[in-house]
Design a protein around this ligand. Structure first.
Ligand code: HEC
Length: 278
């Protein structure tokens, strides 16, 4: 009986999506679920994290310890969120919800990787500068030439001179000193972006052929990304790759997103998120 219900639901989903082309079609019922907590990072760029004195993780980072290794315990954040909301690390203003969980699933086939995020985007953002999009969801995949890629995730691109940071310059975006990141974004207004980060950030011209689809049901968002295994970051079965998540909730713009630490996604391999071949 239960099985029939499931196949009915799957059949229903195919009918509902039937009019669209090139549908990402992994069977999400078969994909393992991981929970990753995203949080408001304040204005704590990589320079602050590597600086002596202020961040006691700096020494551990030099020895190759990952952010998540120190700050995620049993899947939960070990982080002083009050400090991240305080004037020390957030001079402008923090959102009401400093952190929330995101369910992450993934699968791959001979050509593509699929990643599905399911989350409730909290209200109460401080910054509401993106009038067009209530919610945006972003994934980044740094390649192995990006310094600190497998250690720091998105932070490899988050610098103190970037636009919106306290010491930021208006003409500077996210950037990395070497290598490149694939960056893909879903926007609730309906457009998705396939971009990259090198010495600048571009929201187009990506190499991973990324697309994204999303919908809100009740208070829950479900966003599915499809990207090629090829890209700046080349994904291969049997290997784990670093990736990071950012979500802009409640019309937040710029740096006022909730982000994950750098995590690993294993393609038929161990990782914080496990993608099986389908
Ligand atoms: C070797 C362990 C270690 C590593 C690696 C590490 N941290 Fe930390 N981090 C700490 C400790 C301990 C604190 C709290 C005391 C302090 O600020 O020095 C902290 C504090 C912080 C804070 C301020 C909030 C708080 O809890 O005080 C942020 C934000 C942060 N770390 C982010 C990161 C990021 C991002 C990375 C990776 C780029 C990272 N950390 C790597 C140990 C670590």
């Amino acid at each position: 009986m239960k099985k029939n219900l499931v196949s009915l639901a799957v059949f229903g989903a195919f009918v509902a999506l039937g009019s669209q082309t090139a549908i990402a079609a992994p069977d999400w019922n078969k994909a393992a679920k991981s929970t990753i907590h995203v949080f408001h990072p304040g204005a704590a760029p990589i320079e602050w994290l590597q600086g002596k004195g202020e961040h006691s993780g700096a020494a551990g980072m030099k020895k190759g310890e990952t952010c998540a290794g120190c700050h995620v315990e049993d899947g939960k954040l070990s982080l002083d969120l009050k400090r991240l909301a305080s004037k020390e690390l957030e001079p402008k203003g923090a959102p009401k919800s400093m952190s929330y969980p995101v369910t992450v699933q993934s699968a791959f086939d001979a050509t593509n990787l699929y990643v599905r995020l399911t989350f409730k985007a909290p209200a109460g953002s401080f910054d509401k500068s993106d009038k067009d999009n209530e919610v945006k969801a972003t994934l980044i995949f740094p390649n192995d030439k990006v310094p600190l890629a497998d250690l720091a995730g998105c932070w490899a691109a988050c610098h103190e001179d970037a636009k919106g940071m306290p010491k930021g310059k208006d003409n500077k975006t996210k950037h990395v000193s070497a290598g490149a990141m694939d960056l893909m974004q879903w926007k609730s207004s309906g457009k998705s972006a396939d971009g990259y980060v090198t010495d600048k950030r571009s929201m187009e011209g990506g190499k991973a052929g990324a697309t994204a689809e999303g919908a809100k049901a009740g208070d829950t968002y479900t966003v599915t990304f499809t990207r090629k295994l090829a890209g700046n970051a080349v994904l291969a079965p049997g290997k784990a790759v670093p990736f990071g998540i950012a979500i802009h909730a409640d019309n937040a713009g710029g740096r006022f997103h909730h982000v994950s630490f750098g995590h690993t996604l294993g393609l038929g391999a161990d990782g914080d998120v496990k993608a099986a071949k389908q």
